[in-house]
Design a protein around this ligand. Structure first.
Ligand code: SAM
Ligand code: SF4
Ligand code: FES
Length: 351
C-alpha cells in the first residue's frame, strides 16, 4: 500500500474530516490491497450508520418529454428519434398505489423537465400519493421556488437534483443554456423549504479528473445532502457524447466507497446505471458503501422509452418482477429489506 493512500485511509477510519488531497488519494486506490481496504472500511461505516437494511425506493418515470439539452442524456429535447410519452395523473397515482402494495416506503416521481405538468397538477398528484402513507421524492429538475414550495406544502418529503459535476466549466460545456449557479440556487431553495435533499454526480464524463470527483464529494459535504446519486456515465448514441467511452465501473465503486467516508450519513443508492454496466454491479455497490436501491415502477410499456442511456436494465420486467428480484438480491447479500419510509440517516440534534 502506498504511504499516502494508507495515511488518508487511516484518517478516514479515525473519523477525521478528509481534505481534498485525502479524497483524491482514496479515489486513486490501486487494484488489489488498496481497493480491498477502502471497500472494507466503507462497508463497515455503512453497517454502523445505516445498518443492514436496504431501502427500496420505487421510481415512476412519468414523462420522457424534456425541454433541456444535456449532452449526455437520451431524453434531451434534440433527440427526435425518441418516442415521447406522458402518464396521466390517475395513471401516476395508480403506479404509486402498486408500489405501496409492493411494500415500497418511498415513491420517486421522476421525469424529463416537462412543464406540461404544472405546479398545481403535480401538487394534486403528490397529495393523492401521500394518502397511501408513503414518502414522496421528486426528481423533475429545475422549477421555480414557488413550485418547490407548493409541492413541499402538498406533502413531498424529498427532492433529488443532481449537481452532475462540480466543475463549473465542464457543467457549462455539457448543459447548453443552463447554469451551474442556477443549479446550486435550486438546491439552496430546496434546503430552505425543508426538503430532505438529494444531489449527486455522473462519474467518467469526458474530460473529468479525479480532482473534479473529489470536488463533487466536497460539494456534497457542503450541501449536507441526505442522499447522493453517484452513477457512471453511459454514452447514448443519439447524443453529442455518443462516441465517448463509458465511465469506469471500478472508479464508480471507489467513488461510492469514498462517499460513504466523506458523507457517512447520506443514503447512497446502488444505481440502475451500475446494474446496466454489469449484472453484479448493484450487489457490489451495496457491499462497498451503498444502502438503497431504486426499483422501476414505471408501467412496462413505457419503460423502453425512458432511455436516458441504452441497454437499461428491467425494461421488459414489471413492478412485481423487480420487487422479487431485489428481495432475492438483498437476501443473498445477508441484508434485509428496509421497513418504513427510510428517512434521513442523520443523527437527531442533541436537545
Ligand atoms: N430531468 C431531471 C434532471 O435532470 O434532474 C430528472 C431526470 S434525469 C433523466 C436523472 C439523471 O439521469 C440525471 O440527473 C443524470 O445524472 C442522469 N443521466 C442522464 N443521462 C445519463 C447518462 N447518459 N449516463 C449516466 N447518467 C445519466
Ligand atoms: Fe432532461 Fe434531465 Fe435528461 Fe437533462 S438529464 S436532458 S434535464 S431528462
Ligand atoms: Fe428489475 Fe432485477 S431489479 S429485474
Amino acid at each position: 500500500m502506498r504511504t499516502e493512500f494508507a495515511a488518508s485511509l487511516e484518517r478516514a477510519a479515525a473519523g477525521e474530516e478528509l481534505t481534498r488531497e485525502d479524497i483524491i488519494n482514496l479515489l486513486a486506490a490501486a487494484q488489489g490491497a488498496e481497493e480491498v481496504a477502502l471497500y472494507r472500511l466503507a462497508d463497515s461505516v455503512r453497517a454502523r450508520v445505516a445498518g443492514d437494511e436496504v431501502h427500496l425506493r420505487g421510481v415512476i418515470e412519468f414523462s420522457n418529454y424534456c425541454r433541456r439539452h444535456c449532452c449526455y442524456c437520451g431524453l434531451r429535447a434534440d433527440n427526435a428519434k425518441l418516442q415521447r410519452y406522458r402518464l396521466m395523473p390517475e395513471d401516476i397515482v395508480a403506479a404509486a398505489r402498486r408500489g405501496a402494495e409492493l411494500g415500497y416506503g418511498t415513491i420517486v416521481l421522476q421525469s424529463g423537465e416537462d412543464p406540461w405538468y404544472t405546479g398545481p397538477m403535480l401538487a394534486e398528484i403528490i397529495r393523492e400519493i401521500k394518502k397511501l402513507g408513503v414518502a414522496v421524492t421528486l426528481c423533475v429538475g429545475e422549477r421555480t421556488r414557488d413550485e418547490y414550495a407548493m409541492w413541499r406544502e402538498a406533502g413531498a418529503d424529498r427532492y433529488l437534483l443532481k449537481h452532475e459535476t462540480a466543475n463549473a466549466d465542464l457543467y457549462a460545456r455539457l448543459h447548453p443554456g443552463m447554469s451551474w449557479q442556477e443549479r446550486l440556487r435550486c438546491l439552496q431553495w430546496l434546503r430552505e423549504l425543508g426538503y430532505q435533499v438529494g444531489s449527486g454526480n455522473i462519474i467518467g464524463l469526458p474530460g473529468q479528473t479525479l480532482a473534479d470527483l473529489a470536488d463533487d464529494l466536497i460539494l456534497l459535504r457542503q450541501l449536507d445532502v441526505e442522499m447522493a446519486g453517484l452513477g457512471p456515465f453511459i454514452p447514448h448514441p443519439a447524443t453529442p457524447l455518443g462516441g465517448e467511452p463509458a465511465g469506469s465501473l471500478d472508479l464508480t465503486y471507489r467513488v461510492v466507497a469514498t462517499a460513504r467516508l466523506v458523507i457517512p450519513y447520506a443514503h447512497l443508492p446502488a444505481t440502475t446505471a451500475v446494474g446496466t454496466l454489469s449484472p453484479t454491479g448493484r450487489q457490489l455497490a451495496l457491499q462497498r458503501g451503498a444502502n438503497v436501491i431504486m426499483p422501476n415502477l414505471t408501467p412496462t410499456r413505457y419503460r423502453a422509452d425512458y432511455q436516458i442511456y441504452p441497454n437499461k436494465i428491467c425494461v421488459n420486467e414489471g413492478p412485481e418482477d423487480c420487487r422479487h428480484c431485489l428481495e432475492g438480491m438483498v437476501r443473498a447479500l445477508g441484508r434485509r429489506l428496509g421497513r418504513g419510509p427510510g428517512h434521513t440517516l442523520k443523527p437527531l440534534p442533541v436537545q
